[in-house]
Design a protein around this ligand. Sequence first.
Ligand code: ATP
Ligand code: MG
Length: 649
Amino acid sequence: MTPNDLDALLRETRTFAPSEEFRRQANYNDESIYEEAAHNPEGYWAKQAENITWFHEFESVCRWDPPHAQWFIGGKLNAAYNCVDRHTLTHRKNKAAIIWEGEPGDSRVLTYDMLRREVDKAAHMLTELGVKKGDRVTIYLPMVPELPVAMLACAKIGAMHSVVFGGFSAQSLKDRILDAGSKLLITADGGWRRGKVIPLKQNADEAVEGTPIEKVVVVKRIGEAAQAGMNPTRDVWWHELMENAPTKPFPAEPVDAEDYLFLLYTSGTTGKPKGIVHSTGGYLVGVNTSMRTVFDLKDDDVFFCTADIGWITGHTYIVYGPLSAGATVVMYEGSPDYPDRDRYWAIVEKYGATILYTAPTSIRMFMKWGPQYVEKHDLSTLRLLGSVGEPINPEAWMWYHKYVGQERCPIVDTWWQTETGCAMIAPLPGIVTTKPGSATKAVPGISVDIFDDDGNPVPPGHGGNLVITKPWPSMLRTVWGDDERFRKTYFGKFEGIYLPGDGAYRDQDGYYWIVGRLDDVINVSGHRIGTAEVESSLVAHPAVAEAAVIGRAHEVKGQAITAFVILKEGHTGSDDLVAELKQFVVEQIGAMARPEEIIFTADLPKTRSGKIMRRLLRDIAEGRVVGDTTTLADPAVVEQLKSQYKDQE
Ligand code: ATP
Ligand code: MG
């Protein structure tokens, strides 16, 4: 074995073929689509581009001048027109576009026709505030309908939006405003989270000091309780401007396919977030395609994506994907445990959601709480489930399958990134047999591979650097203001080959298994072990809800494995359980994966998008000063862990 190999340690043997019933009704149920797309990717994407309305047809499909790609060259279009206006000219005019549920229980439905009026008024309003094509508008809003409306209004004008997740602090918002150079900020007087008010306006006031922001538009979500002081020369109420905005249609600006649609910062799991830039034409074709392929979208589907729009998953699978495809999306404002732990299931039941898309971190939380919350509700409308954000542990996959999918719904585990725009590795649910924990294989039109450190593809059964070998429409175009960082980060290792930064291996059937970030790979006595493998083994133990595994410097082995473990409710940590868990990992994987130490904890350091930040756990275990924590959801967790680590060591 070479040191480049990420051992194929977990041997998952369970497989789930699509049922005959699902296969028959699926948009894609003929395997030949893979071959056809691989044979002629440009032809495949040109065909997919027919699902988008172009004001001016593109003249050529792709120009690849690594690391810069252009797609649909010469084409002119408008993203908001594609997501809204064009549907109002069809049978979808009065179809629900967005079904919104507020945390306190209020709700709102916007049909495509209503959405068009809102977007047009907002576009008039932004224009009157001086927003022009090419400008950046920073949006710092809770999950309220005004958020997609504001994004689409920017798109209608040809301005770029930069959405900053509402959970971020004033400083994080300020950094992102400065980096983007926005002159306008859209925020709210507050947002609801677990029944409490998030003081967005106060954060915004602090953030805009010393930035180029000239005007702040404030959505009234909370009212009295928010105590959002308005600065008379700078702040304006959204609802007042909207009331006074012209009601006539706003003509969609025809933008070039390569004109930028938006800027979005990555989650910051590995360090300083990058301002990822997406183009209009390529992004829209990519996300629209994946609704039909990966999510098997039909006109009568009700698509519920639980992500926040502040992350790429929300941009792509709440706004641009579903709306460009004319779907009905469910958008929920608040927390999954408010007022009780069954909120998602209550929403699925209330609106008859047919497709549910959520993250492993949530699924593990549901497992921790127990199935009784799911079982309280009628989930019979669901027909397809999705997962995104982290590797899904096979046991979490099985739980999702059993309790949420009721052994009826296929699961699409979708591997992708802010940078890729839409799902890259994921099954087409009517074709591909799934294996719990594997995102299966690249979607049609995408070429992935696994390279060793010298840039050679590794044979089946081996691991290494996951790579994407050909350009694709929805790929990032650059890092905002830092093309050199773009070049170095993604194309610096292999010439003309995109490097996502994740480790993976490919099994004998050609299935891909993401084993974690390359930076997190553990090297025990020359064995390279992916964090996901050991974590998944721990999560398979009946007492464990969640685990984070890191490699800590060790004199003899190079690195030793430290596991941080969250137990399921009703279990308590003990020396016996430590011994049992270590033995459990040895039996499942092998002696080289035996954790040197196991620390029980109530919480793990996670990004605000819910991803485990192993880098910080390494800092704690190696007694270093803990690195950048600005993207952490709860900084207190680090302090707790530090003292706990000392106690248990
Ligand atoms: P940063 O790049 O700033 O460190 P980030 O990588 O966490 O932040 P995102 O773009 O939101 O920001 O996350 C993409 C990453 O999430 C992927 O590179 C991968 O590590 C992980 N990921 C997403 N989906 C999956 C999946 N289905 N299976 C395994 N890993 C996944
Ligand atoms: Mg990343």
